[in-house]
Design a protein around this ligand. Structure first.
Ligand SMILES: [Zn+2]
Length: 394
């Protein structure tokens, strides 16, 4: 609407008044003048009553908070009377689809925790909850990766997987490839590495290792194993075993070796392999609330890799010391599980830390769990194929 020709406030005065107003209200760092416009008549609603003022619109941009503002300065008095943010932001969520525990089982959408994404052409890192923002108020494109500031996943079999999603404002876009073993392994390892890091952070928030970027290598050309050597390493699927990067318990277990490794006080403690296996099995079991550790490790076999609380038997020191450190580890793992049961009995479920990322209630414990003794003869718990000084055989 064209205004009366009278314009008692000049552009310079309007600009100074508008800029001072933003600085006073927002402390925005830098205010940059963009433009001043011809005066217009602006309806002003105050206490249910509409007034009309002749105003000079002034365009300004700010850096912190980032914004572009249209400030209306009263043409008669020189006072700023209204403003609006003209730069629009949209927000949405990004989630990654991964198995709850194993590739053939229940799946869940997990927040893309601190993921390195490209959103509308800009490189951004999502929040812990998977939130992202972008300019404008329309749908945008998102390129997803199985890497971020907390966890980076390397694909040993080729280029790192990426996904391309369309994200609507206030909606959630989900990246998943449940039928692609090698892509799913990358996504699942990213998801479950973040889960175990958040879990351990509840127990020991000051553990420095939690603040370092974790490196996980997946789709290694080998089978039926995984190991920790400072990084986490996971093998491909074979006739006998699933891709271990797709098995949540195994990701938790391998990370457990890292927690143990970094919890040792140098010069006081020493790295004991059997103790490390036991506490790593316990960490995995307590996260999933199931002593049947490593469900999904075996292909076409619903039983666990090891059971840390088998019916009718207790592993006891020194009677059950074994040449296989995984089996010796069942002594401490079983003791910790017994302690956990006592804590839950005494204090309720709050007696132990609970996973914070999972939003779906797990189904009841599987009835297919087997005694660990059935696993003693498995060739898959050998460590001969592990190429490092500290192999951990899952
Ligand atoms: Zn291990």
């Amino acid at each position: 609407m064209a205004a009366p020709a009278v314009r008692s406030v000049g552009a310079a005065e309007a600009r100074a008044a508008a800029s001072a107003w933003l600085e006073r209200d927002l402390s925005p760092g830098t205010v940059t003048f963009e433009a001043a416009h011809e005066a217009v008549v602006l309806p002003l609603v105050r206490a249910g009553k509409v007034d009309y003022a002749t105003v000079v619109p002034v365009e300004l941009s700010t850096t912190a908070p980032r914004g572009r503002w249209r400030v209306y300065v009263d043409a008669a008095t020189g006072e700023p009377v209204a403003r609006k943010q003209t730069l629009l932001f949209a927000s949405g969520k990004v989630a990654y689809d991964a198995p709850l525990r194993e590739p053939g089982g229940e799946r869940q959408d997990w927040p893309a925790n601190r993921a390195a994404l490209t959103v509308g052409g800009m490189n951004v890192t999502s929040t812990e909850a998977g939130d992202v923002t972008w300019n404008g108020n329309n749908a945008t494109t998102v390129t997803t990766r199985a890497s971020g500031t907390q966890v980076t996943v390397d694909n040993d079999a080729g280029n790192p997987a990426t996904g391309n999603l369309n994200l609507q404002p206030n909606q959630t876009a989900v990246w998943g490839a449940p039928n692609d073993e090698q892509v799913d392994a990358q996504i699942s390892t990213f998801v479950h590495s973040n889960v175990v890091i958040e879990y351990v952070r509840q127990i020991d928030p000051d553990l420095g290792w939690l603040g370092e970027q974790l490196d996980a290598i997946v789709n290694i050309n080998d089978s039926c194993n995984a190991y920790y050597d400072g990084n986490l390493n996971f093998f491909r699927q074979s006739n006998q075993c699933n891709n271990t990067g797709r098995v949540a318990d195994i990701v938790y277990h391998e990370y457990g070796h890292g927690v143990h490794d970094h919890a040792i006080i140098q010069g006081v403690g020493n790295f004991d392999p059997a103790l490390s296996e036991g506490v790593s099995d316990y960490l995995a079991a307590t996260i999933v609330d199931d002593p049947a550790m490593g469900i999904g490790f075996f292909l076409n076999d619903p039983g666990p890799l090891r059971h840390i609380d088998p019916n009718g038997s207790e592993a006891v020191w020194p009677d059950d010391i074994d040449g296989d450190t995984h089996i010796t580890g069942l002594i401490i793992a079983g003791a910790l599980w017994d302690l956990r049961k006592a804590l839950v009995e005494d204090q309720g479920p709050g007696g132990v830390a609970t996973p914070i990322t999972s939003t779906t209630k797990r189904s009841a414990a599987r009835s297919t769990s087997r005694a660990c003794t059935s696993r003693r003869s498995r060739p898959t718990t050998t460590t001969a194929t592990s190429p490092t000084a500290r192999p951990t055989s899952a």
